[in-house]
Design a protein. Structure first.
Lengths: 115, 113
């Protein structure tokens, strides 16, 4: 399978715990995005990487959120001290710079439930 | 700021055409997109249109773009039960070093047998 892969698919955690999600983009894609989708809404942009550099961060990304893409391949999104309001689907997408901006491919998402 | 609006629900009979409408605000968008999301799944890119085009056809899908009115539509011909899903319209807008996607809230398409 050469699509965008996200793990885990589902995560249930207690409020106050830290969680980490992983995204493996399409192998030749140098751009990677994280989005958050709450129930009944469209996805909202969180952050964007070009290779290993994090170039954009939304104001939705509070200090409790951190994302990394250390070698320009896979990325992790960590949420510290989770709150119930963090419950959402976290989607990763990748695209190829220079023409591939037309097409951002999404993974299946990680559904986070904070109890 | 940027905003994308869609109607929330659409029901059609199997075999009929479906038309899903969307309005957007950012006139600098270079591409506009339609994504499909089935329950519990990620987003599947269906089609996109470059902003200097009026129409794009791809098998059963026809995208119409009225740039003056900032109106985008997706027509699905011969709608099938497998087309039941949520359809998101999205525009890409420039923010800083790259373009981000701004999505509408989605239109729930229900195809009745």
């Amino acid at each position: 399978d050469t699509g965008v892969s996200q793990n885990p698919r589902h995560k249930i955690t207690k409020r106050g715990q830290n969680v980490t999600f992983r995204c493996d983009p399409i192998s030749e894609h140098n751009r990677l995005y994280w989005y958050r989708q709450t129930l009944g809404q469209g996805p909202e942009f969180l952050t964007y990487f070009q290779n290993e550099a994090q170039l954009e961060k939304s104001r939705l990304l509070s200090d409790r959120f951190s994302a990394e893409r250390p070698k320009g391949s896979f990325s992790t999104l960590e949420i510290q001290r989770t709150e119930q309001g963090d419950s959402a689907m976290y989607l990763c997408a990748s695209s190829l710079r220079g023409g591939g901006e037309r097409e951002a491919f999404f993974g299946q998402g990680t559904r986070l439930t904070v109890v | 700021g940027e905003d994308v609006e869609q109607s929330l629900f659409l029901s059609v009979r199997e075999g009929d055409s479906s038309v899903i409408n969307c309005t957007y605000t950012d006139s600098s968008s270079t591409y506009l997109y339609w994504y499909k999301q089935e329950p519990g799944a990620g987003l599947q890119l269906l089609t996109y249109i470059f902003s200097n085009m009026d129409m794009k056809q791809d098998q059963r899908l026809t995208v119409l773009l009225n740039k003056k009115d900032k109106h985008l539509s997706l027509r699905i011909a011969d709608t099938q039960t497998g087309d039941s899903a949520i359809y998101f319209c999205a525009e890409n807008f420039a923010s800083g070093s790259a373009r981000q996607l701004t999505f509408g809230s989605g239109t729930q398409l229900t195809v009745l047998p």
